[in-house]
Design a protein around this ligand. Structure first.
Ligand SMILES: Cc1cn([C@H]2C[C@H](O)[C@@H](COP(=O)(O)OP(=O)(O)OP(=O)(O)O)O2)c(=O)[nH]c1=O
Length: 198
C-alpha cells in the first residue's frame, strides 16, 4: 500500500492524478538548512526525512511504501522556503521580481529496506513586478504555505514569463519522475477515469 507523507493538499491532488489509491501520513519534519549544505542536498534530505518519518508509522504493515517530497525556491544559492508572514512574502516576491530562479523538488520513495529518489530542477522567470502587484498578491493570502511565496497554479501564473522544466514539479510533485520511481516499486500509474472514479 502506498502512503503519502505530506500535509500539503497540492501533493495529495497531484498524486491523485496518477490514478493511484494511497493513504495520508501527516508528518512534521523541521525544515532547516544546515550550514554549508547545498540547496540540492538540503531538499533531498528533507524529502528523505519526510518519507522516513512516515515509514516509521507504517513499517509494521507489510508492503508499505511511503513517498516524501520537498520543494524549495532557489535564487543565487539562497533558499526561499515558506514565508512566515505577509511582510516576508513581499520581501521574497521583491527579490524574485524580474529575475530567473530555480525550483527544486525532491521525491523520496521508501519501503522497509529500500529507497529510491529523484531531484527535479526547473527554471522560472518572473516579469518585473510593481509594488502594487506585490502588495496585492501578498494580501491575497496565496503566498502563505508556499515555497518562494507564490503559487504557479494560482495568481502568480501571470507573473511567469518562462518556465523550463516540470510544471507539476514547481507545484510540489513532479509527476513524470514520480511515476517512474513508483514503477521501480511495482506501482503503476494510470489515467483516472473521466467520470471521476479513480
Ligand atoms: C513554487 C510553488 C510552491 N508551492 C507549494 C508546494 C508545497 O506545498 C510548498 C513547499 O513546501 P514543502 O515544505 O515542500 O511542503 P509542505 O510543507 O506544503 O507539505 P509537506 O511537507 O507536508 O509535504 O509550496 C505551490 O503550491 N506552488 C508553487 O508554484
Amino acid at each position: 500500500m502506498l502512503h503519502l507523507a505530506s500535509k500539503s493538499p497540492r501533493r495529495r491532488e497531484l498524486l491523485a492524478r496518477l490514478g493511484l489509491d494511497f493513504g495520508i501520513l501527516e508528518v512534521d519534519v523541521p525544515e532547516q538548512r544546515a550550514p554549508g549544505e547545498s540547496p540540492e542536498d538540503y531538499v533531498a534530505r528533507v524529502a528523505r526525512e519526510k518519507a522516513g518519518a512516515g515509514l516509521l508509522r507504517v513499517v509494521a504493515v507489510s508492503g508499505a511504501v511511503v513517498l516524501g517530497s520537498d520543494t524549495e525556491v532557489v535564487l543565487d544559492d539562497e533558499v526561499f522556503g515558506k514565508p512566515a508572514d505577509a511582510a516576508e512574502a513581499e520581501a521574497m516576491l521583491r527579490r524574485l521580481s524580474g529575475r530567473t530562479h530555480r525550483v527544486l523538488t525532491a521525491v523520496s520513495l521508501v519501503s522497509a529496506g529500500r529507497e529510491a529518489r529523484v531531484l527535479v530542477a526547473s527554471e522560472v522567470a518572473f516579469a518585473a513586478l510593481s509594488d502594487a502587484d506585490i502588495a496585492d498578491y501578498a494580501a491575497s493570502g496565496e503566498p502563505m504555505g508556499r515555497a518562494g511565496a507564490y503559487a504557479i497554479q494560482g495568481g502568480a501564473e501571470r507573473f511567469v514569463t518562462r518556465l523550463a522544466g516540470s510544471y507539476s514539479g514547481v507545484m510540489g510533485l513532479p509527476l513524470h519522475e514520480t511515476a517512474s520511481l513508483l514503477r521501480e516499486f511495482g506501482i503503476h500509474a494510470r489515467t483516472p477515469r473521466a467520470d471521476g472514479g479513480a
